[in-house]
Design a protein around this ligand. Structure first.
Ligand code: FAQ
Length: 313
């Protein structure tokens, strides 16, 4: 066996035994590329994902709701930072990752390109968007790449808090006035289908799933997780007293799952390729924040250089 073959065999044994690949380990170039693609997109999603709810911080209806929302949005910034750190262990440069987000060279989740029209959207994002994120991310705690899997553990704990605060907010609104109940139903109608799109294209049109599953980067297919989310959410909608906007949604006793209607995949493709309701606004906002923060990066670099000089002297 050549040294290269030995390394490849060791990598494959590690995956087969459900052990973790760590940054110091040899890994095939395509494995590195694939984990980096997913962690970078995931990091970008967390950072862009601060915007839709962040827009409501100054307009939260009470001090309590404001404190909760501030904490949630700060958590999302933290998630972005752990994930950028995981991406850096694969050799990515943080500044380059930001450039790729701003220039559109790397994707972020389609879900964050929809507007938040009322405060009920904050509740529905917690319930549906964080609910979908948990469904997708709990299995990623067993992803084969160590730093990514470990980042997911804390992220999932925080996402659970996010999901509960959203559901509790909606419960409160549903006990309120008819207008508040209408706001919750309207927000549910607008976010339901985009939440199902978060799980990605159907398995038959998902170019990355097969290889990511073989390498255990992903543990379930897009359609499996989407089905799990629908099955989990239907009883929650019932308890809340809202209708899910899908006339084809019904329990299928034979399959032991809910059947649901066709997702508008043309809309998904449009939003992913940059033509969603808020894509331009989201990226522009991120670009402006990055440019306005230039002085902080310059000051930190100057401070570090000065400390190095002092240490050398
Ligand atoms: N949006 O072959 P696949 C959050 C892309 S949660 C945009 O199936 P894969 C928490 C995909 O990247 C949201 N693009 O790909 C939060 C690929 O593009 P590429 C973030 C999408 O990787 C809550 C192409 O389509 N969560 O942030 C989407 O096997 C509330 C073909 O797709 C994660 O990132 C989409 N929805 O499966 C924050 C979870 N779906 O690179 C704030 C980790 C697919 O070939 C507020 N990621 N694409 O050009 C994953 O589990 C996977 O990457 C999937 C996609 C399932 C997203």
């Amino acid at each position: 066996m050549t040294p290269e073959h030995e390394l490849q065999a060791h990598f494959e044994r590690t995956i087969a035994r459900d052990q973790r690949i760590e940054p110091r380990d040899w890994m095939p170039a395509d494995y590195r590329k694939s984990v980096l693609r997913q962690t970078a997109q995931h990091a970008h999603s967390e950072i862009i994902g601060m915007q839709p709810e962040g827009a409501w911080i100054t307009r939260a209806p009470s001090l309590r709701r404001k404190a909760i929302l501030l904490a949630k949005v700060q958590d999302e910034a933290g998630h972005g930072l752990y994930l950028y750190s995981a991406a850096e262990t694969l050799g990515a440069d943080r500044a380059e990752l930001t450039d790729k987000l701003i220039s559109g060279a790397q994707k972020y989740s389609s879900i964050f390109n929809y507007p938040t029209l009322t405060f009920a959207d904050v509740g529905v994002i917690g319930w549906l968007v964080d609910g979908a994120a948990i469904c997708n991310q709990v299995p990623l705690c067993r992803s084969s790449y160590g730093p990514y899997a470990r980042a997911m553990i804390r992220i999932c704990k925080e996402e659970s808090f996010h999901q509960r605060q959203g559901y509790e907010l909606l419960m409160t609104m549903m006990r309120g006035t008819p207008e508040q109940r209408r706001m919750v139903q309207d927000a549910t109608d607008r976010w339901w289908w985009p939440s199902l799109m978060m799980f990605g294209p159907p398995d038959a049109d998902s170019p990355n799933t097969e290889r990511s599953m073989a390498w255990k980067i992903k543990r379930h297919t897009n359609d499996e997780l989407r089905q799990r989310f629908v099955d989990m959410t239907v009883p929650q909608a019932g308890a809340l007293g809202v209708a899910l906007p899908d006339p084809e949604l019904r329990w299928n006793a034979e399959r032991g799952h809910h059947d649901f209607g066709e997702i508008d995949w043309d809309e998904f493709k449009r939003v992913v390729s940059g033509d969603g309701p808020c894509n331009a606004e989201r990226v522009e906002h991120r670009r402006a924040a990055h440019e306005e923060g230039a002085w902080v990066r310059e000051a930190a670099a100057a401070h570090a250089a000065k400390r190095e000089e002092v240490a050398a002297a």
